[in-house]
Write a protein that binds this ligand. Structure first.
Ligand SMILES: *[C@@H]1O[C@H](CO)[C@@H](O)[C@H](O)[C@H]1NC(C)=O
Ligand SMILES: *[C@@H]1O[C@H](CO)[C@@H](O)[C@H](O)[C@H]1NC(C)=O
Ligand SMILES: *[C@@H]1O[C@H](CO)[C@@H](O)[C@H](O)[C@H]1NC(C)=O
Ligand SMILES: *[C@H]1O[C@@H](CO)[C@H](O)[C@@H](O)[C@@H]1NC(C)=O
Length: 586
């Protein structure tokens, strides 16, 4: 991704707060300003971030010889987007991480101006290879490069080589060279050719270009892109993979089982809205065409992985546990000046497994099971009734760093508010901003008040509201940041999405991962997910509280609530040099 607007913010921040001239010279020196005496109340306990500096897109996740590898766009010199290299961390369990030296950094003519996002493919013989976007000049001309490990016997894959036959792919004259980036993991066709997608645009049409190669070195652009859609702007960070219609295993990217047993997912990150959208559809390998299913919508009005802060996601197939795992970048919602002060910016969401919903209409996402190893003290509520306007505090856990799973039930839906057909069914966020947690309803609003201060001056409510439409019920899920912090000038949207759920059993479940400055929530078993970044000033550390609530006329029952204090994960922040390397068995 490329944050075109960031530079402007930055100049503004310097000009107003530091009273200096906005030149590159000054800018570089300010990067080291990151203050030492800042109270780090917004540091996450179990979400991946770095002690210092900026990170954004997850890149090239892969599994190799006992380790999960995560690369990410990283500025080693400051807490703003700049000087981007491929940061590199490894893990045995996707939760505790060791940071290594950057894997790929600008050094050659084909990436001198930037080493941007890309993906890894594990070639036959267990040989990982990375494809990434290199920027070759100040006009941001983008090309596609490759890198290979210097030493395949090193399970850390510490050193990467960028051979001299780079770049592998350059844009042809018909293409926009400043919107040509983020190669996908390759898949191998039955015709013996490797295939990849690269994101881009033609005028205002979003496109994923398709390239084919027999030897991974010589790539030829296919006459037809795999897919495109008018009026969606630049498509970044595409991801394309199969999902199984039967069973609960993920599939390798090259897996092409019989057509009626799989679907494909095409995800693109829309530069224009800064959200990740996907369609489910059928991939026809002979013709290399992808046709989204009926009722699927490309772009702005389509399905989203997450209806909150969640961008540039990337998935990979875990060959050990046979699952597809996905990460995304959740950026900060504070100001650039705040980021410079606290010295770091950007987290990765908790890795999620991806499966197709048995209804075939969408995906289900769920935090990887390894996260549960961090659970400590547990509190439970069972069969607790909540009447109109009632709260119950969940006491006995660290509410600022917790994992909460709750199932709500209700006796009937007669009291559901009427759904007004004039509302924009694609603008859940607008509806949530009008009907927040304090606006009384019929069935709901009910859910959790996370990161709540003692006096409820600050809280981030995550809740449902059920409406009655003509022939069905409509379920809205919100993660409303508008009261999350007394601090002004922060980005505090009322994030929301609809939940495509069958209510015949009169139940709705919610899981929230609460971690100081992030609340990552999974509605109805992962049908609708929302990630919020929030910066409470009162609801911090032991002063943070957690409540379950309803404010509708219908009684809601907390059928089952389990909440755990979460231990912090080990994210070894110190760069591990070869001399101090830990043994792979540790
Ligand atoms: C960048 O674009 C400008 C304006 O089109 C052009 O004059 C210049 O030669 C370009 N630079 C490179 C390195 O291509
Ligand atoms: C090429 O892409 C860039 C980046 O998205 C955009 O700013 C520019 O307008 C595009 N140029 C054309 C001719 O469409
Ligand atoms: C419930 O709704 C009423 C009316 O909208 C409002 O005044 C009250 O603050 C709400 N209560 C809670 C706990 O949100
Ligand atoms: C994250 O920050 C907010 C507030 O500055 C912006 O509105 C978002 O566009 C941004 N998201 C991404 C993916 O850059």
């Amino acid at each position: 991704m490329f944050p075109w607007v960031l530079l402007e913010f930055l100049l503004f921040c310097f000009a107003t707060n530091y009273g200096v001239e906005a030149s590159h010279e000054v800018y570089t020196s300010l990067q080291s300003l990151s203050a030492v005496n800042v109270k780090q109340v917004y540091r996450t306990g179990f979400h991946f971030h770095l002690e210092k500096n900026w990170i954004n897109d997850p890149n090239g996740p892969l599994y190799y010889k006992g380790f999960y590898h995560l690369f990410y766009q990283y500025n080693p010199e400051g807490a703003v987007w700049r000087n981007i290299v491929w940061g590199h961390s490894v893990s045995k369990d996707l939760i505790n991480w060791k940071k290594l030296e950057p894997a790929i950094f600008p050094s050659k003519t084909f990436d001198k101006y930037g080493c941007w996002s890309g993906s890894a493919t594990v070639l036959p013989g267990n040989k990982p290879i990375i494809l990434y976007t290199g920027v070759v000049d100040e006009n941001i001309t983008e090309v596609q490069n490759y890198a290979v490990p210097a030493d395949y016997s090193d399970p850390y894959l510490r050193k990467w080589i960028k051979p001299d036959n780079n770049p592998l792919i350059v844009a042809d004259e018909s293409m926009n060279t400043t919107a040509f980036r983020d190669p996908t993991t390759a898949w191998l066709g039955q015709d013996g050719r490797w295939k990849i997608l690269v994101g881009g645009r033609r005028k205002h049409r979003g496109i994923v270009f398709l390239y084919r190669s027999r030897d991974f070195m010589n790539w030829v652009k296919a006459k037809h892109p795999l897919h495109s859609c008018a009026n969606t702007g630049n498509w970044e960070c595409p991801d394309f993979f199969p999902v199984s219609l039967h069973g609960t295993n993920g599939l390798d990217t090259s897996s092409l089982m019989e057509e009626n047993k799989i679907k494909h997912v095409l995800k693109v990150s829309l530069d224009e809205t800064r959200y990740d959208y996907y369609t489910l559809g059928t991939y026809f390998p002979q013709k290399d065409r992808y046709i989204p299913d009926k009722n699927m919508v490309d772009g702005l009005r389509g399905l989203r992985y997450d209806y909150g802060d969640f961008y540039a996601s990337k998935s990979f197939f875990d060959p050990i546990k046979k699952r597809r795992i996905m990460w995304a970048w959740a950026n900060e919602s504070d100001t650039v000046c705040d980021d410079l002060r606290k010295g770091w910016a950007g987290i990765q969401t908790i890795p999620r497994t991806i499966l197709i919903d048995p209804n075939g209409r969408q995906l289900l996402q769920w935090p990887v099971e390894e996260l549960e190893t961090l659970r400590r003290e547990k509190v439970e509520l069972r069969e607790k009734k909540l009447k109109k306007g009632e709260h119950v505090e969940v006491k006995g856990i660290t509410a600022a760093q917790a994992d909460v799973e709750v199932t709500f039930s209700f006796h009937c839906l007669d009291k559901a508010e009427k759904y007004d057909s004039s509302w924009d069914e694609h603008d859940a966020q607008k509806l949530c901003s009008q009907k927040g947690s304090t606006v009384q309803g019929g069935v709901g609003p009910f859910g959790l008040l996370t990161l709540a201060s003692h006096d409820l001056k600050e809280y981030t409510p995550v809740f449902f509201r059920i409406f009655k439409a003509n022939s069905k019920h409509v379920v809205l899920m919100c993660s409303d940041e508008s009261s999350s912090s007394l601090e002004e000038g922060l980005y505090k949207p009322s994030f929301a999405g609809f939940v495509d759920v069958d209510l015949t059993d009169k139940k709705l479940s919610l899981r929230s991962l609460i971690d100081h400055s992030v609340v990552e929530s999974f509605g109805a078993g992962g049908k609708t997910c929302i990630t919020s970044r929030v910066y409470p000033t009162l609801a911090i550390y032991e002063n943070a509280h957690l409540h379950a609530f309803t404010n509708g006329t219908a009684t809601i029952i907390i059928e089952k609530l389990d909440a755990w204090s979460m231990k912090s994960s080990r994210i070894m922040l110190i760069c591990m040099h070869s001399t101090t390397a830990l043994k792979p068995s540790e």
